[in-house]
Design a protein around this ligand. Structure first.
Ligand code: UTP
Length: 407
């Protein structure tokens, strides 16, 4: 894109301020900025401040597998899962591209030390959890790690420094997710530094297309992987490539599965699995009507009980089928560091604008079916979103200790 083309498109969208000082930039800075402008998603930017809620379809309960049912068949499921792992059909994929702004930690979230007397980084915890399975299987699984432009180099440096926490390096591949520009509350593009738009990772929904763009889908095929288990960076208790979960999903004949925990109260703030117009879907807690939130089955249990914990398994051929499908863009209020017109750096302490994200939960809607697989919350759910309080480093430490992890 030339300077003239950039000016034209910026004029059309009332954003010419981003070209201020353009002539004073080095030629490589100019090129970077022109590339950023060429990549701008104007339809998304237009949503800032005007996003209309997408109406929900008809919501009905989804059939899942509860802990009792799983326990009764756990060995049978685990055998199917271990066989799939041994045959090289399963890969793990860590979503580690987020900014972790709530935690306020200036490094990639996975570098947070959850240990007290010992050192136990989040990344290390996750690798340990994965190796609990691969050691029994006698076979490692490919581990794909999604980072962002902001944390990729540091994440790789850290894994190198820590010798991949004992996991075979040849089975680990990093890839970078795409970025999206951020705007202020007036919809104006923010600048991160002179000649550079403020950008942030574009949400966890684009993981499969980013994997594909990075050329790693070829690796998936070359290795004969049929199932990918994706998981969030911040749940230090989660079981990864859990053989019973994999086995139950395969045995069900479904194309995807979700680890879920039973909500502790009808209004707990978590996304809930359901069917929407007959397809699997996740509705946010605030989208459920009071009647639905409080509805119970004949056994007294909540009808919409299964909260998702960002640990899903997908069949690769189904992912390839849906990869071109458009995911809705969510406009999220965030704290976005920027420079003012006068060149002053601002690090906001309160949200000051919008980011644009696609979400993995929206991929669930594109699946033909999905198996909600219930796990015991106290054993598998310890997310670290904040330093203190709910879903925090403090609460995760307590849960790790309760599960016998030495801190
Ligand atoms: P969160 O929704 O908690 O977002 O991510 P976050 O960016 O890490 O944290 P906050 O909201 O700024 O405090 C859930 C999971 O999705 C990953 C995160 O790394 C985490 O594993 N994620 C999130 C990405 O990989 N990319 C993104 O763009 C966003």
């Amino acid at each position: 894109m030339t300077k003239e083309q950039a000016m034209k498109v910026l004029e059309e969208h009332n954003q010419t301020h981003v070209m201020r000082g353009f002539d004073d930039l080095t030629s490589s800075q100019q090129e970077t900025l022109l590339n950023q402008i060429a990549d701008l998603q104007w339809d998304d930017i237009a949503l800032a401040g005007n996003q209309t809620e997408i109406p929900l379809g008809e919501i009905t309960p989804i059939e899942g597998m509860d802990v009792e049912e799983i326990d009764a068949k756990r060995d049978e499921f685990a055998k199917i899962g271990y066989d799939a792992i041994k045959e090289g059909k399963v890969a793990a994929l860590l979503l580690a591209g987020g900014m972790g702004t709530r935690l306020g930690f200036d490094k990639p979230k996975g570098e947070l030390n959850v240990g007290i007397d010992n050192t136990l980084y989040i990344f290390q915890c996750l690798i340990n959890n994965l190796m609990d399975v691969t050691n029994v299987a006698g076979k490692t699984v490919p581990l794909y790690i999604m980072t962002s432009e902001k944390n990729n180099d540091e994440t790789i440096r850290f894994f190198e420094e820590q010798n991949y926490f004992g996991y075979p390096k040849e089975d680990v591949a990093f890839f970078v997710q795409e970025m999206a520009a951020a705007v202020d509350y007036d919809g104006k593009l923010l600048m991160e530094e002179p000649g550079r738009l403020a950008t942030s990772p574009n949400g966890n929904g684009g993981w499969f297309s980013s994997l594909q763009k990075a050329g790693l889908l070829e690796d998936v095929h070359k290795r004969g992987v049929e199932w990918i288990n994706i998981f969030a960076v911040d749940n230090v208790l989660q079981r990864i490539c859990d053989p019973a979960f994999i086995g139950a999903t395969i045995a069900s004949g479904k194309v995807s599965g979700s680890k879920v925990v039973r909500k502790v109260d009808p209004y707990e703030k978590m996304g809930v699995m359901c069917l929407e117009d007959g397809k699997p879907s996740v509705v946010e807690y605030y989208e459920l009507s009071e009647d639905m939130a409080e509805a119970t089955n004949a056994d007294g249990k909540l009808t919409y009980a299964y909260g998702v914990i960002l640990n899903y398994i997908f069949r690769v051929d189904k992912l390839e089928e849906i990869v071109e499908k458009h995911l809705p863009v969510h406009v999220v209020e965030k704290k976005i560091p920027y420079i003012t017109a006068e060149g002053e750096n601002v690090k906001p302490t309160e949200p000051n604008g919008y980011k644009f994200e696609t979400l993995v939960v929206d991929m669930i809607r594109l699946m033909d079916d999905n198996l909600p697989f219930e796990v015991v919350r106290e054993k598998e759910f310890a997310p670290i979103k904040n330093l203190h309080g709910v879903d925090s480093l403090d609460s995760a430490r307590e849960l790790l200790k309760a599960n016998g992890v030495e801190l």
